[in-house]
Design a protein around this ligand. Structure first.
Ligand SMILES: Nc1nc2c(c(=O)[nH]1)N[C@H]1C(S)=C(S)[C@@H](COP(=O)(O)O)O[C@H]1N2
Ligand SMILES: [Mo]
Length: 194
């Protein structure tokens, strides 16, 4: 059974200032990395009892979920009805003991890209590390092999080419958050820029 992101159930699904597109635009800073699955690792670190480093096959072995969600990019395009499959962030919670002092998740991705989320946002049940979109492996430009998907926030929080997550006491604005975007990014409140 798919987890339905709650914004899907709104009567009006398009947030203020957004418009629908038919394709799937690509947007990121820098180049598309060529990822080798044999050397790929996913690291869980920071305020945890034991840091974990997972190989791709170990990551694939975690329980998988399916999520139905909409995409809202801060540049104003929205794309409805996306089916994602991958690893729920709650599976990460089952792998390590996160210190009660931790308040933020910093998602690390290729080439030093990061994005930051309060733990409450990171552990919503519609947030996942996606491996597939609409039944197919992610294309390289959309984050192959693994991207975060945070359906309730603008899409810049959905880090492509994810490589790990760090738990911290202090907030640490990531790449886009340090370059003019809002620290939180709720599309329904138009938290676009800082
Ligand atoms: N690693 C990485 N992930 C990223 C970005 C980036 O620059 N680097 N850009 C973000 C932004 S601003 C957007 S809008 C979405 C776009 O995802 P898409 O290209 O799959 O549509 O990726 C997000 N994830
Ligand atoms: Mo974006």
């Amino acid at each position: 059974m798919a987890i339905v992101s709650p914004d899907i159930l709104r009567e009006n699904r398009v947030p203020p200032g957004q418009h629908l597109v038919s394709g799937w635009p690509t947007l990121h800073y820098g180049g598309v990395p060529r990822v080798d699955l044999d050397s790929w690792r996913f690291r869980i670190f920071g305020l945890v009892d034991h840091e974990r480093t997972l190989s791709f096959s170990q990551f694939l072995g975690l329980p998988q979920v399916k999520v139905l969600s909409d995409i809202h990019c801060v540049t104003s395009w929205s794309k409805l009805d996306n089916v994602w499959e991958g690893i729920s962030t709650s599976s990460i919670k089952d792998l390590v003991r996160i210190s009660p002092a931790a308040k933020f998740a910093i998602i690390h991705a290729s080439a030093g890209f990061t994005t930051n989320l309060p733990l409450d946002d990171f552990f919503q049940d519609d947030v996942l590390f996606a491996l597939k979109h609409d039944g197919k492996a992610l294309a390289p430009e959309h984050g192959y092999p693994v991207r975060l998907v945070v359906p309730r926030l603008y899409f810049w929080k959905s880090a492509k080419w994810a490589e790990g997550v760090e738990f911290t006491v202090e907030d640490r604005p990531g790449f886009w958050e340090s370059n003019g975007y809002n620290n939180h990014g709720d599309p329904w409140k138009e938290e676009r820029y800082s």
